[in-house]
Design a protein. Structure first.
Length: 213
């Protein structure tokens, strides 16, 4: 537990790759008052040894059981880091892709929620239709040329991409959702600011998730 009057705000953005999470996180950092530290998947994987990648970005489908034993510990360490930052009064935004579609269920999200007990956490589902995600995967990004699977003749949506779409929003408990196919990153950030002004629903999504086993 922490002294809530001095703790920072935490925003967790959850969605599939190319759904627009990173752009929303940047908009929050640029537009919101106070320091907002990004502790998302990209920044965390930049610290992870290459032989253990994709680390917490391991995609659904149980494709790398050799890494699965490590993934819960990586997530636990990340969320403890989030808690330390918030406990010191720093605001945190984390863009992540939570799912439980490993070779066996790992219950990572519930464990992560318990690690933020006592903190103010807004859990945001970042939604985006698969058609828009596939369009975004066709756009080159410096340093990410080989990162995203693309459509091929006869396979408009690669199976791993569809798995992300199917699994990343289970169980779907959120405090709010945004759709990046109809809102810009800045508009999503403004919607999030508005929700924070209204207050996080009670019980919050993370409070409900923390009670799951």
């Amino acid at each position: 537990m922490t002294n809530e009057s001095h703790a920072g705000q935490i925003i967790i953005l959850n969605g599939a790759p190319r759904s627009g999470k990173s752009s929303i996180a940047r908009a929050i950092q640029e537009e919101f008052e106070g320091p907002w530290i990004n502790l998302g998947v990209d920044s965390y994987n930049a610290m992870t040894p290459e032989r253990y990648l994709p680390g917490i970005g391991l995609r659904p489908g149980g494709e790398r059981p050799d890494l699965e034993e490590l993934v819960p510990f990586l997530y636990a360490a990340l969320y403890e880091t989030i808690a330390i930052h918030a406990g010191l009064g720093l605001n945190v935004v984390a863009d992540l892709g939570h799912h439980d579609s490993y070779s066996q269920p790992l219950g990572i999200l519930s464990d992560c929620a318990r690690r933020l007990d006592g903190f103010s956490v807004l859990f945001v589902g970042v939604k985006c239709p698969i058609e828009t995600i596939m369009q975004r995967r066709e756009v080159n990004q410096d340093g990410r040329e080989t990162l995203y699977l693309r459509a091929t003749e006869g396979t408009p949506v690669p199976e791993p991409v569809q798995r992300w779409q199917d699994e990343v929003h289970r169980p779907g408990l959120y405090d709010m959702e945004v759709d990046t196919s109809v809102l810009t990153a800045l508009e999503c950030a403004e919607a999030i600011r508005h929700q924070l002004d209204l207050g996080i629903p009670e019980p919050s999504a993370f409070e409900r998730l923390a009670g799951q086993r």
